[in-house]
Design a protein around this ligand. Structure first.
Ligand code: 13P
Length: 358
C-alpha cells in the first residue's frame, strides 16, 4: 500500500552523520509495491482531496458537499472500466479508504479488482508556519510543532525547508516500518512571478535537504516514490516555458539530487492544464531516465471528468470516458509516445487557483 504526506516550502542545505544499514520484515514488500506502481505506461490517480476540497469540486458543478455525492464521484472514478491499464495506484482520502460503494462493495476492493494499489493520505493538513514567507508545514507528526518553535529562530525559508524535509523523512521512515510505500512530496507551489531559474534553485535546495534527512533516518530508497512539482516558471511569470524547456530543467534538477535507487518519480500537476501536464511528461520521456518518470495527477486527471459528469447519473459513462481518455494520454506520455492531436480546447484550460489547498 501507498502513503502520502506533503508540505509546502522553499529551502537550503545542512550537516551530515553516518547512515546505518537496516532491514525490516517489510523490505521486500515495499520494493515490490514501489516497482508495481512504477511500471511502464502507468501512473497514479491522486484522488485524495480532503472533504473540503472535494466539496469545492462538487460545488463547481452545482452539487452539495454530502457524503453521498462524494461517494458517487469517487465511485465513478474507481469503477471506470479498464482504468488499471493506465493507472497503477490511487491515493485516497481517509473517508474513501473505508467507504462502501453503492453496490455494497468497497472502494478498496474495486481498486484491487483493477490491479490498482490503494493509497492513503496520512497527513493532517497544512497550517501556516510562524514567521515564514507565507509558507506552510504539514501536521500529522507528533512533536514536530515543538521542533518548529526551535527552527524558527534560524530565519524564514530555512526553517520551512528543514522542517518540511525532516518531517517528510520521519514520515517516510514511519510509513516504511508499517509496510507502506511512502510517497514523498515536498510541495513547491506554482504561485508567484518567479522565473524557471528560480524554481530550479529552490527545488534543488528542497530535494538536497529532503534526501539528506531521508538518509539520516535510514529510509530505504528502493521502497519510496517521489512526488515533485515540475520545474516551471511561476503562475504569474511573463515568460512561459515550452515542454522541452520544462523537461530539461526538471530532469537536470532530478539527476543532480535523486539517486537511481529510487524506483519512481510521480509528478503532481500543480495547476497546469491537462494538456500541459501531459505534454511536459511526454517531453521528459523522450530518452531513458534512471527512474520511472510518471504522473500522480489530481486536477490534470479529474478536470474534464467533473465537467463531463456534472453530477448527473446519466452522465456517469461520459465522466468515466473522460477519465480513461486522460489516463490513456498520460500513459502514452509515460512511454514518450503522446501526441496532442485531437485534444479538446478544454484540455488546454489551466487548473491553477491561487493559494490552492490540497
Ligand atoms: P494536483 O495534480 O492537482 O497538483 O494534485 C496532486 C496531489 O498532490 C494530490 O495528492
Amino acid at each position: 500500500m501507498l502513503a502520502l504526506q506533503k508540505s509546502a516550502v522553499v529551502g537550503k542545505a545542512a550537516s551530515r552523520r553516518s547512515v546505518a544499514a537496516k532491514a525490516t520484515k517489510f523490505d521486500e514488500e515495499l520494493v515490490q509495491t514501489a516497482n508495481k506502481i512504477a511500471s511502464p505506461g502507468r501512473g497514479i490517480l491522486a484522488m485524495d482531496e480532503s472533504n473540503a476540497t472535494c466539496g469545492k469540486r462538487l460545488d463547481s458543478i452545482g452539487l452539495e458537499n454530502t457524503e453521498d455525492n462524494r461517494r458517487a464521484y469517487r465511485e465513478l472514478l474507481v469503477t471506470t472500466p479498464g482504468l488499471g491499464q493506465y493507472i497503477s495506484g490511487a491515493i485516497l482520502f481517509e473517508e474513501t479508504l473505508f467507504q462502501s460503494t453503492s453496490t455494497g462493495s468497497t472502494m478498496v476492493a474495486e481498486l484491487n479488482k483493477q490491479n490498482i494499489v490503494p493509497g492513503i493520505k496520512v497527513d493532517k493538513g497544512l497550517v501556516p508556519l510562524a514567521n515564514s514567507n507565507g509558507e506552510s508545514w504539514c501536521m500529522g507528526l507528533d512533536g514536530l510543532d515543538k521542533r518548529c518553535e526551535e527552527y524558527y529562530k534560524a530565519g524564514p525559508s530555512t526553517i520551512a525547508a528543514r522542517d518540511c524535509a525532516y518531517g517528510l523523512a520521519r514520515y517516510a521512515a514511519i510509513a516504511q516500518n508499517a509496510g507502506l510505500v511512502p510517497i514523498v512530496e515536498p510541495e513547491v507551489l506554482l504561485d508567484g512571478e518567479h522565473d524557471i531559474e528560480r524554481c530550479f534553485e529552490v527545488q534543488q535546495a528542497i530535494w538536497a535537504e529532503t534526501f539528506k534527512y531521508m538518509a539520516d533516518n535510514n529510509v530505504m530508497f528502493e521502497g519510496i516514490l517521489l512526488k515533485p512539482a515540475m520545474v516551471t516558471p511561476g503562475a504569474d511569470c511573463k515568460t512561459r516555458a515550452s515542454p522541452e524547456t520544462v523537461a530539461a530543467y526538471t530532469l537536470k534538477m532530478l539527476r543532480r539530487r535523486v539517486p537511481p535507487a529510487v524506483p519512481g518519480i510521480m509528478f503532481l500537476s500543480g495547476g497546469q492544464s491537462e494538456l500541459e501536464a501531459t505534454l511536459n511528461l511526454n517531453a521528459m520521456n523522450q530518452s531513458p531516465n534512471p527512474w520511472h518518470v510518471s504522473f500522480s495527477y489530481a486536477r490534470a486527471l479529474q478536470n474534464s471528468v467533473l465537467k463531463a459528469w456534472a453530477g448527473k447519473p446519466e452522465n456517469k459513462k461520459a465522466g468515466q470516458d473522460a477519465l480513461l481518455k486522460r489516463a490513456a494520454a498520460n500513459s502514452a506520455a509515460q512511454l514518450g509516445k503522446y501526441s496532442a492531436d485531437g485534444e479538446s480546447a478544454e484540455a488546454g484550460q489551466r487548473t491553477y487557483e491561487k493559494g490552492y489547498k490540497y
